[in-house]
Design a protein around this ligand. Structure first.
Ligand code: HEC
Ligand code: HEC
Length: 380
């Protein structure tokens, strides 16, 4: 009903605009319906049932403070913000993150995290606090352990703030202190949600049938959106309001790190997940109903998981170059070039069935870049 009305309105406004020689809505009825599925945005906040301090202002403030404080690292030199720079969309400009050693992967942007079910490029964890705990204890990153962390906390300026949220740390088990700190960090990161963009104003105007407002969205971005939804097949994986299906695919990025070493992607991620005590099915979750824990119980590494990586969300992406799990593509133009001329030899797993060189002209490639940029023009 709404669609039919929109279609008629489209035609009417289209005719009016031809005579007025003004901007117009270029999408077909079907494209409009599909564009609507990428909103509304932002989503309403829902507390994470596995984290009892999710959404709690005091925990969010503590997490924000800890995020930028190198006190979490053993030698006091590395903070979360060292690799997740707030001025770079909570990612970083280098291709691969530098911890104690050069890591294999690009630092993921810490925005719109509640949209995910699996965390990290390979889904090593099924919840945000476990993913926040990993870099603290990873020997190649902050290299801390639970006992050292508790010791550092007790003598730090965060001791009182911690006590106000979780109780006095001195008498607590060191592992619980580690998990609590990760839960405060998670509570903070849940608040990092990108704002409405010019795409959202377009989308919301289409939903409201306000075609005059919708027509303010630049035509280049509209043409790019048509490619995204249609010929480009992008929306098959970059679905929904956050532009990700949250699952793992092969997008044709090489997974060889050196000639002899590979990044196994989701396959290795599942092995790590299966071995972790910090899952939704484990003893550190605060959710008595263990919602969502069925997923970690059921998943098994399959051969087809090899070399697949999680589909990143695209909101805010214009701020977080370089791209892909290995940071190998310098800017959005390079990403579009990658898909446009994709090397079929490199594709395995399910990428093969979906991806193929697109044959976009230079103008069409530019249009697609303009559309991608329009997902990042909110005020950060
Ligand atoms: C040495 C650099 C470095 C430091 C320090 C670091 N990270 Fe990361 N972070 C990364 C990299 C690289 C990835 C991608 C890892 C992967 O997928 O294997 C990542 C991924 C993440 C993710 C997953 C995001 C998603 O979309 O799934 C979260 C959450 C995260 N980091 C939080 C933190 C927190 C909290 C801290 C501080 C306790 C921290 N990071 C410290 C480099 C770093
Ligand atoms: C088969 C599923 C699939 C399709 C189809 C697909 N993508 Fe992706 N996309 C991915 C995956 C998986 C990654 C991460 C790949 C990696 O790091 O190895 C990704 C990465 C990206 C990134 C980088 C984001 C970042 O933060 O690093 C952008 C931008 C992007 N895709 C845009 C597009 C566009 C535009 C299209 C259509 C031309 C498209 N994608 C089609 C799955 C897909």
């Amino acid at each position: 009903m709404i669609r039919r009305t929109l279609g008629r309105l489209c035609l009417l406004v289209g005719l009016m605009l031809v005579s007025a020689a003004q901007a117009e809505v270029l999408l077909s009825e079907d494209e409009i319906a599909r564009a609507l599925s990428h909103g509304p945005w932002p989503p309403a906040f829902e507390p994470d049932p596995s984290n009892r301090v999710s959404g709690l202002p005091a925990a969010i403030a503590l997490g924000e403070g800890l995020f930028s404080d190198p006190v979490l690292s053993r030698d006091g030199t590395m903070a979360c913000a060292s690799c997740h720079d707030p001025a770079h969309g909570f990612a970083e400009p280098r291709a691969r993150a530098n911890g104690k050693v050069l890591l294999d992967r690009n630092a993921l942007a810490l925005v719109n995290l509640p949209a995910h079910r699996w965390f990290g490029w390979s889904g090593d964890t099924d919840n945000l606090w476990a993913q926040s705990l990993t870099p603290i204890v990873n020997a190649d990153e902050m290299d801390q352990d639970a006992a050292g962390l508790k010791q550092a906390l007790v003598t730090s300026r965060w001791a009182d703030d911690y006590a106000a949220v979780f109780g006095p740390p001195a008498g607590q088990d060191a592992d619980d202190v580690l998990v609590n700190i990760a839960k405060a960090l998670a509570a903070f990161q849940e608040t990092l949600v990108t704002g409405p963009t010019s795409f959202d104003r377009f989308r919301d105007a289409l939903e409201a049938g306000d075609l005059a407002t919708a027509a303010l969205y630049p035509e280049a971005a509209q043409r790019g959106l048509k490619i995204f939804l249609g010929r480009g097949n992008c929306a098959l994986c970059h679905t929904g309001p956050a532009f990700t299906n949250g699952e793992f695919h092969d997008a044709g990025v090489p997974y060889f790190i050196t000639e002899t070493r590979v990044d196994t992607g989701r396959h290795g991620g599942l092995e790590a997940l299966k071995a972790s005590p910090y899952t939704l099915a484990g003893p550190y979750s605060d959710d008595p109903e263990q919602q969502g824990a069925w997923a970690v119980r059921q998943v098994r590494p399959l051969h087809s998981d090899f070399g697949t990586f999680r589909v990143p969300g695209l909101r805010g992406a214009a701020r977080t170059a370089p791209y892909m799990h290995d940071g190998s593509l310098a800017d959005l133009r390079a990403v579009v070039r990658h898909y446009n001329t994709i090397d079929m030899e490199r594709l395995h797993a399910d990428g093969e069935a979906i991806l193929a060189p697109l044959g976009l002209s230079a103008t069409e490639a530019d249009d697609l870049v303009q559309f991608l940029r329009s997902l990042s023009d909110d005020q950060p």
